[in-house]
Structures are given as C-alpha cells and as structure tokens.
Design a binder for this molecule. Sequence first.
Ligand SMILES: [Zn+2]
Length: 76
Amino acid sequence: MKQNTHPQYQVMTLTCSNCGTDFIVGTTAPKGFSVALCSHCHPAYTGAQSIIDTANRVSKFMERQKKAEAMKAGKK
Ligand SMILES: [Zn+2]
C-alpha cells in the first residue's frame, strides 16, 4: 500500500481581512489561506449597498471621470 498519499488535514483560525471576523476552518492548505470577504460583511448577506473596492478600480474610474470632465470644461 502507498504511504503518505493523503494531505495533512488541520483545523485553523481564519480571519476575514475586511471585517476581522474569526472563523475556525478545516483545511489541507499547508500555510492556510485568507479571505477578502465573508458572510458577515458581503453585501449579498448584509443587504447593504456598498462598493467593495479591493483593487482601487472604482476610485481609479472616478479619477478618470474627473479628468474627462475637466477636459470637457476646458474645450468650451
Ligand atoms: Zn468579513
């Protein structure tokens, strides 16, 4: 029979990087993992309308909009 075929299963504490809630999870990931959102802070669960701007995409878009408005105003 083959030896060492199963990954190491471990129970660890996982923290949501958005709201800081701790969860106890079972995983085979050796270094564990992280989550950006969880059921305590995701808009689908909370019902709150909020923008999750993890890569600053929304703020970059807003900046471009401001520049475009400024260019339009300059032309007139
Ligand atoms: Zn969360």
